[in-house]
Design a protein around this ligand. Structure first.
Ligand SMILES: [Zn+2]
Length: 147
């Protein structure tokens, strides 16, 4: 799990993206953690979550991002236990299944994260697209559509 986040942070920082990764911050009290995470998600343009393992905290972060209309990229290992329908069916998400971490890097490298918005792809279940002018490119299936 740490490998996943180290890799994501590294890939994003190489692209010049500022990353808030609470899992690598020093331990503080529960109220502080809650307030800090809520504040940071509110300020973020995008949420990236690893959902191979059930986590109440990650689930709460995802729900907050949905409420704030932030695009959410979910990554899940192919061999993980079935994903909760509550997460799988959530608004504003694109889901990527991977068997090797290099596939995660590849997704992050080939997507214009700064252009991502919440919009339904007409071709697949993804609700995250990259907006470029009057065109949108699905974050998941990569099909192009006019907006
Ligand atoms: Zn699509």
């Amino acid at each position: 799990m740490d490998d996943f986040y180290h890799l994501v942070i590294d890939a994003l920082e190489k692209q010049g993206t500022a990353v808030f990764a609470p899992q690598f911050l020093p331990p503080v009290g529960p109220a502080h953690v809650y307030r800090r995470d809520v504040d940071q998600i509110s300020k973020s343009d995008l949420l990236i979550a690893e959902v191979s393992h059930a986590s109440l905290g990650v689930g709460m972060e995802i729900m907050l991002a949905i409420q704030l209309k932030k695009p959410i990229l979910l990554f899940r290992h192919k061999d993980a236990r079935p994903l909760s329908f509550m997460v799988k069916g959530a608004d504003g998400t694109a889901l990527f299944e991977y068997s090797d971490l290099s596939e995660v890097t590849n997704v992050l490298r080939t997507r214009a994260l700064e252009n991502m918005i919440v919009a339904q792809c007409p071709s697949c279940n993804s609700q995250v697209v990259e907006k470029t002018g009057a065109m949108m490119i699905c974050a998941e299936c990569r099909k192009k559509h006019t907006m």
